[in-house]
Each structure stands twice: as structure tokens, then as C-alpha cells.
Unconditional design. Structure first.
Length: 296
């Protein structure tokens, strides 16, 4: 009886937390944005999606969206820790009791943001704007060799994970290459270690560090191919593809839907694919099926 009572209390608390979050989350209407005359784009400097100079694929995309709305564009740099709180006005915590923050800094969050379940609990996403995959990379002289791709992603993942036996693999805590997000990697690798988020400026910084074997999202790896083509080897995938998108506060449905209309038209015209080719030309080689769809 005590266990049942405790379970009921926990369930009620969970629903209460969800209610509190959604009742206090931030939203902004199109009318408010147009009255302000400015669209605020939050972005974490990451690969070729966004940087502090407001350049990158997502910066160009949101700048075009601002022009579509008839307002000016403002880029607001943030970081991985503060990105979602800056958008929704709440800071997620492990206890499940989300803490209010004092300032909501932006209307849209876009910087190659993977649409993982943990983020979907707090934001709503646009239609997919990019696709990504987590790859295992290594320095050229590391004692590990790439797999021979089979054309079957499940088999390729299994072979890649088998390569980590007896090896130490590094990831970065609290982002999409956190080793704890990959239970099968934890089972196979001799050691899987997370580097604190503040230690490396970006995942691509692994290539200039002392770490030999590490996880990296495909956009970062594709960026590195253009910059340092012989500085690493791609061992293989450790997970299936996952999509990226633009994030909005949970109540900003009107803004999200307007973005989707704009983005769909841009995709169908072929203009979006031209933008992608400007920043990630290799993406069509690796993810042709995604980028050649008739509609996003």
C-alpha cells in the first residue's frame, strides 16, 4: 500500500511539473515580432551552422526568414548550457523541477540542433532542416582501423562498436556526443570518458587535442574534411541518422508554423539545397536521400 501511495504521489508530481513548465513557458506572436521590427536568433557557435559573426547555414536561413517576415535580423550568441533556458525562460534540472531564469533572450534557437528526445521535452521543432549521424573518429596513427561499409547501417554500427573493444573513447558531456547516450558503446569500449563541455571550444577541437579516439557529429567531421583532410580517419557510425531542426518555445506554435511554411517553399524552390551546398558540399555525398526529397 505504501509503494502504491508513493507511486501515485510521484505520478501526480510529474504531471504538476509538466503543468508548471508549460504554463510558464515563453511564447511570442508574429504580431509582437513585427511590432518590435526584429527577429532574435539564438545560436551556439557550432561548425558551419553558426558563429559569432552571424555566419553559417542556420544564420543565413533565419536571416532569410526575418526578411520573409518583413523584420530585421539579430543574432544572439549563446552556449550549450544556456541555449534552451535563453529560449524558454526555464532551466531544466535533474530533479525535474525546472528553475525560472530572469531573461528570455531569443525567439528562435538554430545552430545545427539535433532533435533528440531530451530536447523535445522542452521545445518544439520545425520540420527537419539537416540530418546528422554520430561517427567514431580517430587520429591517423591511432591503433584502430575503419570498417568496410556494408550498406546496412545496423551492421555498420555493430562493426564500429566492435572496433572499440579494448580502446578508450572520448565524448563531450551534455551534448549529442555524450558517451552516456550510447549504452552499447559503454558495453563494448574498454573505457568511455566524457570531456567537460567547457574543455573544448567545439567537437572539431578533438582534432587538435591529445585524444586519439572520439565521437563526433557528421557535420563537424564534414567541416573538418575541408579544413584538415588528412588529420583523422572515420572509423564508422555508432548510431543511426537523426534529424536537426529549428527550436521554438512550446507555446510559439504560430511562429513555428510560419517558419515551416517559409522553409517548405525554400526547399521546394531548390534555394535551400544551394545554401547547404555552400556550407556542407560533402553532405550530398553522405546523405543524398535526405537532401533530394521533394519536400522537407
Amino acid at each position: 500500500m505504501n509503494k502504491l501511495y508513493a507511486k501515485l504521489i510521484a505520478t501526480a508530481f510529474c504531471f504538476l511539473s509538466i503543468f508548471i513548465f508549460y504554463s510558464t513557458s515563453h511564447s511570442i506572436s508574429l504580431a509582437e515580432i513585427r511590432a518590435r521590427g526584429e527577429l532574435h536568433h539564438l545560436g551556439v557557435p557550432y561548425a558551419h551552422f553558426a558563429n559569432n559573426d552571424a555566419d553559417g547555414l542556420d544564420c543565413v536561413l533565419i536571416r532569410r526568414f526575418a526578411a520573409y517576415l518583413g523584420v530585421t535580423y539579430k543574432f544572439i550568441p549563446t552556449n550549450w548550457k544556456d541555449a534552451i533556458p535563453d529560449l524558454i525562460g526555464m532551466r531544466p534540472t535533474p530533479s525535474g523541477i525546472d528553475q525560472p531564469v530572469t531573461t528570455i533572450r531569443g525567439d528562435i534557437l538554430a545552430n545545427g540542433l539535433s532533435m533528440i528526445p531530451e530536447r523535445r521535452e522542452y521545445v518544439i521543432f520545425s520540420k527537419p532542416t539537416f540530418t546528422t549521424q554520430i561517427w567514431l573518429l580517430a587520429k591517423p596513427d591511432a591503433d584502430i582501423v575503419p570498417i568496410l561499409p556494408t550498406g546496412n547501417v545496423e551492421k555498420d554500427i555493430k562493426m564500429t562498436l566492435a572496433k572499440t573493444t579494448g580502446k578508450t573513447v572520448f565524448g563531450i558531456k551534455d551534448i549529442c556526443i555524450d558517451v552516456n547516450l550510447f549504452p552499447k558503446l559503454l558495453e563494448k569500449a574498454h573505457t568511455a570518458i566524457n570531456i567537460p563541455l567547457h574543455t573544448l571550444a567545439q567537437p572539431i577541437s578533438f582534432l587538435k587535442s591529445s585524444y586519439d579516439i572520439f565521437l563526433m557529429e557528421s557535420p563537424s567531421a564534414l567541416m573538418a574534411l575541408g579544413m584538415w583532410p588528412y588529420s583523422f580517419k572515420i572509423i564508422g557510425p555508432v548510431a543511426k541518422q537523426q534529424n536537426m531542426g529549428v527550436a521554438f518555445a512550446p507555446d510559439s506554435l504560430e511562429l513555428r508554423d510560419e517558419f515551416n511554411r517559409f522553409y517548405t517553399a525554400l526547399w521546394k524552390s531548390g534555394e535551400y539545397q544551394k545554401l547547404v551546398n555552400s556550407y556542407y558540399p560533402n553532405s550530398f555525398q553522405y546523405f543524398k536521400k535526405f537532401f533530394t526529397k521533394s519536400s522537407p
